[in-house]
Design a protein around this ligand. Sequence first.
Ligand SMILES: Cc1cc2nc3c(=O)[nH]c(=O)nc-3n(C[C@H](O)[C@H](O)[C@H](O)COP(=O)(O)OP(=O)(O)OC[C@H]3O[C@@H](n4cnc5c(N)ncnc54)[C@H](O)[C@@H]3O)c2cc1C
Length: 400
Amino acid sequence: MIDFELTENQIAVRDMARDVTEKVIKPTIQEYDRAHKPHPDLLPAMAKANLLGFCIPEKYGGLGTDYISLGLACEELEYGDTSARVVLSVHIGLYALPVLTWANEEQKQKYLVPIARGEKIGSFGLTEPAAGSDAVGIQTTAVKGGNDWILNGEKMWISLADLADYFLIFAWTDLDKKAKRDHSGLSAFIVEREWQGVSTGKIPGKLGVRAGNTGFIAMQDVRVPGENLVYEEGQGFKVAMFCLDQGRYTVAAGSCGLIKACRDASVEYAKQRETFQKPIADHQLVKQMIANMEAGYEYSSYLWMKAGWLKNQGMRSTKATSLAKWIACREAEKAAADAVQVFGAYGFSDEYPVERFYRNSKGASIYEGTREIHTLMQADYALGYRVDKQLERDLPKTDQ
Ligand SMILES: Cc1cc2nc3c(=O)[nH]c(=O)nc-3n(C[C@H](O)[C@H](O)[C@H](O)COP(=O)(O)OP(=O)(O)OC[C@H]3O[C@@H](n4cnc5c(N)ncnc54)[C@H](O)[C@@H]3O)c2cc1C
């Protein structure tokens, strides 16, 4: 049975993340957001608080927490700024948890232990200039060259592209299957930033997540050792979809932090701003916007917690995770738009944080499965066109 009461461990972890938000992110984030620069103190602070080893067993250098704790930390970090939550989404959700689940023991020692200890940063490269939602439309290839694979291609819109040390990269290893768009020709590889032929760069002029690093990874004749193939040749699509299940979960929980930030800012402002000789908080139409934020936060929280509970039980959570991500992002977009409205003209200025919340809220309805893709997924579950079978490998059960 789902129990919404947090354990002592979950509260302790949530408080560690809250501390980073209050002490590191909130006081200075606006400056870095304005400058389109990652906050220089964020990764060191997260590493110091052991936040970069979430859900990874202690034997691999991690924090050994459960998946609800990961969600709580995402919520706390995004309360400060979306860019901070993105670090956990990518480093843990899209990289570390998949490596824990699909990589072999040797790969885990080399490519998971330093990640879990916060000594190295992981990232995920699926999207390309001409393919996002349509993952089998990617063009990157991996061709055998002796014991190595030779990778060529470009990944686009990659979070932490300029900051990460290791990339989980998806490429076609079967060119006949590429021509037929048969996803059993895709494979996953771990690629190191320092290897010859790898270069990265930043995407300028972003609407939101300006204090986050988003960029491209170009690969030109990159020699990847055979032992860096993750799981089995031709199983990359399965690994990629698994990555998204974990990343989407963190986005759902993080979006609740954004809704809460919008609600708290709106409540504070609405109580002190007066029109027609009373606080705007006492006008019913303003109350309506605040009530919607409250409701959106509550039901979006239940959805990600249900997904987290399934993960804790070692049960597949694809449907629950997709639903949580879709709804929480939708509610965050609405809450952020209403927060700007509550602030009136001041909401239109970066003197207050709500314009940043508004810009940041948009991205989450695009990355990790667009709003439309999740809508279609939920319709397909309801129509019986889509059924989740237990995966051959899934996240390890946790003790909480
Ligand atoms: C800030 C940010 C960070 C990101 N980080 C990463 C990352 O770390 N790693 C990574 O690999 N990718 C990353 N992405 C890329 C992201 O996952 C893709 O942008 C996303 O999958 C959508 O792909 P697209 O942008 O190519 O849009 P498209 O797939 O071209 O879609 C364009 C529009 O068409 C709609 N559409 C597409 N297909 C259908 C359909 N079948 N039915 C109805 N509507 C449809 C979409 O919903 C969308 O509205 C990031 C993106 C952003 C903005």
